[in-house]
Design a protein around this ligand. Structure first.
Ligand code: HEC
Ligand code: HEC
Length: 188
């Protein structure tokens, strides 16, 4: 009996695992926005997380004025907490700074391509030394660890800031390589 239960359990687990993989495969990549520190953190927690998360902010890259309009437009007719003028200003400063018109909005529909060739050490290092050092030192890269999903989001952000990848496939290969050499540390 026990043996059957365990076998059934394993089968269920396998079905579950393969359906998650299938659900993820071919679906759009979502932005990941880290909750900011400082006074704005509490303002967001108090006023902005009851209905949706903060990741969606990254779909926009706007001036302060256009942020003001967007927040007003999207919440018209909804029951929103009343914010003091000061809190409102702090929030708009954060939005306009973090998702400024100088960035590129995170793509709403980015579906990662399938790849069947992978970077070797030299190819990954070459991209790091040529492309990634254009804007910052590599300690940023070496301080970051993550899954392929995390690296894909990061590289999409870098592309939004001006990093030039020849194609989505090249970007995906880099994300895959980074997820091996700077893999998520399971023991953190
Ligand atoms: C009462 C529920 C509610 C609260 C609270 C709320 N939102 Fe929203 N928000 C919505 C809904 C619903 C939409 C989608 C509206 C639409 O698509 O037209 C939305 C859309 C947005 C969008 C656009 C997202 C996109 O995909 O383009 C942004 C940005 C946003 N909200 C930011 C905020 C911020 C910042 C706060 C805090 C001040 C906040 N929201 C609080 C309900 C809420
Ligand atoms: C066009 C300029 C530019 C290029 C090219 C670029 N980056 Fe960045 N990168 C930035 C900026 C700006 C930040 C700081 C963003 C911030 O602090 O919000 C950053 C931050 C980072 C971070 C830290 C992000 C975090 O959330 O902690 C990592 C990791 C990173 N870059 C990796 C890379 C890699 C890998 C490449 C090469 C494939 C690359 N970058 C190429 C502009 C660039």
């Amino acid at each position: 009996m026990r043996g059957i239960a365990i076998t059934l359990g394993l089968v269920c687990l396998q079905v579950m695992l393969s359906s998650t993989v299938q659900a993820q495969f071919g679906s759009a990549t979502r932005p990941q926005v880290a909750m900011p520190d400082g006074p704005v953190r509490n303002i967001i927690l108090k006023n902005c997380v009851a209905c949706h998360g903060i990741d969606d902010y990254a779909f926009h890259a706007l001036t302060r004025e256009r942020w003001t309009d967007l927040i007003e437009d999207r919440h018209e007719g909804l029951e929103m907490t009343r914010m003091s003028r000061r809190d409102r200003n702090t929030l708009l400063d954060y939005l306009a700074e973090t998702f400024s018109e100088e960035n590129t909005p995170f793509p709403r529909q980015y579906v990662p391509p399938e790849i069947d060739t992978y970077y070797e050490e030299e190819q990954g290092l070459l991209v790091l030394d040529t492309m990634c050092t254009e804007c910052h030192a590599l300690d940023r890269v070496y301080e970051t660890r993550g899954s392929i999903e995390r690296w894909r989001v990061l590289l999409l952000e870098m592309r939004g800031r001006g990093a030039f990848f020849e194609s989505n496939e090249e970007m995906e290969r880099m994300a895959e390589w980074l997820s091996r050499v700077q893999s998520a540390n399971l023991f953190e």
